[in-house]
Design a protein around this ligand. Sequence first.
Ligand code: HEC
Ligand code: HEC
Ligand code: HEC
Ligand code: HEC
Ligand code: HEC
Ligand code: HEC
Ligand code: HEC
Length: 406
Amino acid sequence: MKLISKYFGGYRLVITVIVLLIYFGSCMYDTKNSIKVEKHLFGANDNYIGSNSCFTCHEKIYESYAKTTHYKTSEWMKNSAFKDELYKSDSVVYNDNLYVKVHEKNGGIYQSAYSNGLLAATHRLDMVIGSGKKGQTFLFTNDTKFYQLPLSWAIGAHRWINSPGYPSDKVMFNRMVYVKCFECHATYAEEKLNDTGEALFDTSQMVLSISCETCHGPGKQHVHYHQENKADQKGKYIINTQVLSRQQKLDACASCHSGLRENIKTAFSFLPGNKLDDFFKPAYHKDSTAQLDVHGNQYALLTASKCFKQSMVLNCSSCHNVHQQETDSKQLFAQRCMNCHNDNSHNLCTEKHTDKLTMINNCIDCHMPMQGSGQINFNSANKRETKYQLIRTHLIGIYKDKVKLN
Ligand code: HEC
Ligand code: HEC
Ligand code: HEC
Ligand code: HEC
Ligand code: HEC
Ligand code: HEC
Ligand code: HEC
C-alpha cells in the first residue's frame, strides 16, 4: 500500500493540470483541385496527399477499405465511433483499497484511479489504438508526450482489463509511448527524444490510420496526372503492387507483420518495392518454427510452411484482399486454398473422416488452427490469471490432435 501512495503522491502534482488537447485539424480544402489534402503529411515530404483524395477515382476500393481493421487501427477519440455502452459504469478493482473507474466527463471519457476512496489520478482517453477486433488500448497526451492508460478494452471478454504487461496490484499512468506503436498502427508520426530519452511528438504532423499511401507510396503526382489526363486509363506515378516481385510483395506486408524488429532506418521511409532488411535488422530464428511467436509474425510462419516453400507464387495476397474486411469468412478462405488444392493439382486433402461439406467450407480450423499468443495476453486485474489472445497461426500444416471445427 505504501508503494501505491508514494506513487500517487508524486503523481498528483503532475495531473493537477489537465491540458485540453486541441487537435490541430490537419485537413484543409484545396479549392483549386476540389479535393481534400492533408497538410504537412509526412513532415517535409509533400509528395503525399492523403487517402481522401483517392476517393474520387477509386470510390469502390475507398469505401470497402474504410471498413477494414487496417483503416480503423488508430484514431483520435473525438473522431472515433467508440461505443458509449462500452464504458458506462465500469470499473476494475485491483484490491480493497484501489480501483480504476471509467466514466464520462465534459463530453470525454476518463479513467480515474481511486486509492482508499480518494481520487488519485485521472486522465482522458485521447487516442485509441486497435480497431477493436481483439482489443483496444488508449493513450492520453499533453499534446507532446503520449502515455498508455492502465485499462484496455478486451473485445472477446467484453470488459475492461489491465493493459497488457501492467502489474495487477498497482495503477500506472506513466508508461510512455514511443514511435514504434505508430510505425505499425498509423501512417506517420515524428518522434524527437529529449535529453532524458522521453519521446516528444508534434501532433500536427501525425497521420493516424493506415492509409492508401502506406501500401502504394506517395500519390500526389498520380492524382494530379490523372486529373489532367482523364482519358489515360493506365495508372501512372503510383506503385503498382501487382507487378512487384514475390519477395517485394511479402516485404510490403512484413514491414508490419514480421514481429518487432530493430530499426536501421525509420519505418516511415519504407516504400513497397524496398528491401525490408535494409530498414530492419533481420529477425533471427526465421526458420525455427519453435521460436516463432504468432503475434504479428505471420511472415515468418507463412514462409516456414510447405505451401510457401513448394509453391513459387504464394504470397499474402493469395489469401487476403486487403481492400476488404474478410475476417471470419471461412468459406471464402477455403476457396482460396482450393485455387491450389483442387482435383487438377491432385494435392487434395487426404483426411476422409468428416463430411464433404465441412471439408470444402472449412480448411483453416484444421490446417491453420487458432493458437495462444505469447505476446498479446491480458492479465485481468484482481484475478491473477493470464488470458492468452488467440491468433490464427500462419504455419500451414497438419495438426492432427488440435483439430476443432467451429
Ligand atoms: C483523378 C483520378 C485518380 C485519382 C484521384 C487517383 N487515381 Fe489511382 N488510378 C487512376 C487511374 C485512371 C488508374 C488506372 C486504372 C485503374 O487501375 O483503375 C489508377 C490506378 C491506380 C493504381 C494501380 C496502378 C497500376 O499501375 O495499375 C493504384 C495502386 C492507384 N491508382 C492508387 C491510387 C491512390 C493511392 C490514390 C490516392 C492517393 C489514387 N490512386 C488516386 C486515377 C486516379
Ligand atoms: C511491428 C508492428 C507492430 C508494432 C510495433 C505494434 N503493433 Fe500492435 N499490432 C500489430 C499487428 C500486426 C496486430 C494485429 C495482430 C493480429 O491480428 O494477429 C496488432 C494488434 C494490436 C492490438 C489489437 C488490435 C485489435 O483491434 O484487435 C492492439 C491494441 C495493439 N496492437 C496495440 C499496440 C501498441 C500499444 C503498440 C506499441 C506499444 C503496438 N501495438 C505496437 C503490429 C504492431
Ligand atoms: C495494406 C496495404 C494496402 C492498402 C492500405 C491499400 N492497398 Fe491497394 N493494393 C494493395 C495490394 C497488395 C494490391 C494488389 C492486389 C493484388 O495483387 O491483386 C493493391 C491494388 C490496388 C489497386 C489496383 C488493383 C485494383 O484492385 O484495382 C488499386 C487501384 C488500389 N490498390 C487502390 C487503393 C486505394 C485507393 C487504397 C485506399 C483506399 C488502397 N489501395 C489501400 C495493398 C493495399
Ligand atoms: C503499416 C503497417 C501495416 C502494413 C504495411 C500491413 N499491415 Fe496488416 N495489419 C496491421 C495492423 C496494425 C493490424 C491490426 C489492425 C487492428 O485490428 O487494429 C493489421 C491487420 C491485418 C489483418 C487482419 C485483418 C482482420 O480484420 O482480421 C490482415 C489479414 C492483414 N493485416 C494483412 C496484411 C497484408 C496482406 C498486408 C500487405 C499487403 C498488410 N497487412 C500490410 C499493420 C499493417
Ligand atoms: C499458391 C498455392 C497454394 C495455396 C493458395 C495454398 N496452398 Fe497448401 N500447399 C501448396 C503446395 C505447393 C504444397 C506442397 C505440396 C503438397 O503437399 O500438396 C502445399 C501443402 C499443403 C499442406 C500439406 C502440409 C504438410 O506439412 O504436409 C496442407 C495441409 C495445405 N497445403 C493446406 C492449405 C490450406 C489450408 C490452404 C488455404 C488456407 C492452402 N494450403 C493454400 C500450395 C498452396
Ligand atoms: C494460405 C492462405 C493465407 C496466406 C498466404 C496468408 N494468410 Fe493471413 N490469414 C489467413 C486466414 C485463413 C486467416 C484467418 C482469417 C479469419 O479467421 O478471419 C488469416 C488471418 C490473418 C491475420 C489475422 C490473424 C488473427 O488471428 O487475428 C493477419 C494479421 C494475417 N492473416 C496476415 C497475413 C500476412 C501478413 C500474410 C503474408 C505474410 C498472410 N496473412 C498470408 C490465410 C492466409
Ligand atoms: C477436419 C479437419 C480437416 C479439414 C476440414 C481439412 N483437412 Fe486437410 N487434412 C486433415 C488431416 C488430418 C490431414 C492429414 C491426413 C493424413 O496424414 O492421413 C490433411 C491433409 C491435407 C493435405 C495434405 C495431403 C498430402 O498429400 O499429404 C492437404 C493439401 C490438405 N489437407 C488440404 C486441405 C484443404 C485445402 C482443405 C479445405 C478444402 C482441408 N484440407 C480441410 C484435416 C482436415
